[in-house]
Structures are given as C-alpha cells and as structure tokens.
Design a protein around this ligand. Structure first.
Ligand code: ADP
Ligand code: ADP
Length: 233
C-alpha cells in the first residue's frame, strides 16, 4: 500500500470574492522508502502542494490517504496530531528557536509527543551525535554555521522517529560543502528506509532523489524514476 495516496486533489484559495485555483486535480502515489523530488517553476503550486502533503493545509477537493488514514477532511487539531506523529519537516531557513540550544531544539517535538524530559534530552543528544554534532549540543543556533544549523534541524525532524521526512529547499541557504553534507544525510535516511519528499528548484539537488516529479500550473507534468541517482560521497 502507498504511504501517500492522493487522488483528484484541488486547491482554490478564496480571498473575499476572488477565487484563485492553484492545484487542478493531482493524482500521486508515493511508496514507503521512496525518495521523491518535487520540482517546478515559481508559482507552479509546489508550496501549496507541500502544505497539503505535510498536513499543514487541506485540499479544497479530493482524497488524501496518509499511511491508510484519510486526512483530507480532518480538523486543525486532528491534522496537527497526524503531522507530529508521522512527518518530520526540514525548511530552507532552518526555523530553529534562537534562545534554545541545539539539544533543546531537537528535544522540543518530543514534548508534544509526550516523552519525559530525561529521555527527550538523551535522545536529542544521540540524534545530534549521530549527525556529527556531539560537541555542539549546548550551542545556540547563532553559534553554529548554516550547515550545522541544518543538521540540527534534521535531528529535530527525526525526534519523533517519523516514517516521512519533508524538506522544502533544504540547501537553499547553504554553501556547496554544507549542501553535500546535508544531501548525504538525506541519502543515509533513504538507505534506512525512510520516505523522503524534497521540494527544490535546483536540478542538481533533484539528482539525489530516486524519483523526480515535476509540477507545472498546478498539475503533474512529469513523474519518472531517476536512473542516475547520486551516491553517498
Ligand atoms: P510555488 O511554491 O511553486 O512558487 P505556490 O504554491 O506558492 O507555488 O503558489 C502557487 C500560486 O498560488 C501562485 O500564483 C500564488 O500567488 C498563489 N497563492 C499561494 N498562496 C495563496 C493564497 N493564500 N491566496 C491566494 N493565492 C495564493
Ligand atoms: P514560496 O517562496 O514558498 O513559493 P510564496 O511567496 O509563494 O512562497 O508564498 C509565501 C506565503 O504567501 C505563503 O504562505 C502563501 O500562502 C502566501 N501567498 C502567496 N501568494 C499569495 C497571494 N496571491 N495571496 C495571498 N497569499 C499569498
């Protein structure tokens, strides 16, 4: 069964009397362990689609089954619950809390997961150590480089051990060395069997994915396996 099973998804924004149709009926199935890139020009609907995929927003119409559960019509609280349990997010601008240490940032999602404090802090330290930041756990985000911050954000995305990782332009603010480090981490997560969805506008970044989806004008224009998938360096 598909982890993500989307059928006929549309999205129309309503601003007063103005209706802005953005997604026009998307069908997409993503299977466990796939590493899917979503590309497309600015305005093609990538952010809108990611918000729906990530249970941050609901489609106007259509079906969305996430690991077997229909989520298209859940209310905000139910969506938040599903999101926290099943999905880890990585953003272009890291979105770390500036007054919390790396360890505290990584521990935070576990608060909502109901994990006790000792376990939270231990697990956060372990996740950071696994990503090469064992000597940085007490640092504030401002004391870390961009690449280190993004690794903290990836550790945070893994805090509740989600089966799906969604990343929106995760290397958009990184230099080429940090980009390589971060993409190697995604390749390792792929090897572990996690399902990864990566939005990017850079063709070079899409080469890391096992499957390449292209959106255009709110529809899937192209969807094909990547036979030249990048390898861990
Ligand atoms: P992308 O991420 O590919 O740039 P978006 O999903 O951000 O695409 O936007 C697709 C289109 O939807 C754009 O034309 C944008 O202006 C419009 N749009 C996005 N959000 C809203 C909104 N809240 N209200 C009205 N129009 C929106
Ligand atoms: P991105 O850089 O991720 O593509 P956008 O610039 O498309 O982001 O959108 C940024 C925010 O503004 C989003 O929350 C989106 O919903 C909102 N937005 C985009 N276009 C419009 C619009 N035409 N009307 C209202 N809100 C919009």
């Amino acid at each position: 069964e598909a982890v993500i099973d989307i059928k006929g998804v549309t999205k129309t924004y309503v601003n007063g009397k103005l209706q802005v149709p953005v997604l026009h009926g998307i069908d997409l199935q993503i299977f466990e362990g796939e590493f899917t890139s979503i590309m497309g020009p600015s305005g093609s609907g990538k952010s809108t689609f990611m918000n729906i995929l990530g249970c941050l927003d609901r489609p106007t119409d259509g079906f969305y089954r996430l690991s077997g559960e229909e989520v298209a019509n859940l209310d905000d609280d139910q969506l938040a619950f599903v999101r926290n349990k099943k999905i880890g997010f990585v953003f272009q601008s890291f979105n770390l809390l500036s007054k919390l240490t790396a360890q505290e940032n990584v521990a935070l999602p576990m608060v909502y997961g109901g994990v006790d404090k000792v376990t939270r802090m231990e697990r956060a330290a372990k996740l950071l150590t696994d990503l090469g930041l064992g000597d940085r756990i007490d640092h504030l985000p401002a004391e870390l480089s961009g690449g280190q911050r993004q690794r903290v954000a990836i550790a945070r995305a893994l805090a509740n051990d989600p089966s799906i990782i969604m990343a929106d332009e995760p290397t958009g603010n990184l230099d080429s060395k940090s980009t390589l480090e971060v993409m190697n981490i995604f390749l390792n997560l792929y090897k572990e069997g996690r399902t990864i969805i990566l939005v990017t506008h850079e063709p070079e970044i899409a080469t890391y994915a096992s499957r390449n989806v292209v959106l255009k004008d709110g529809l899937i224009l192209e969807d094909k396996p990547n036979l030249n998938m990048a390898k861990i360096e």
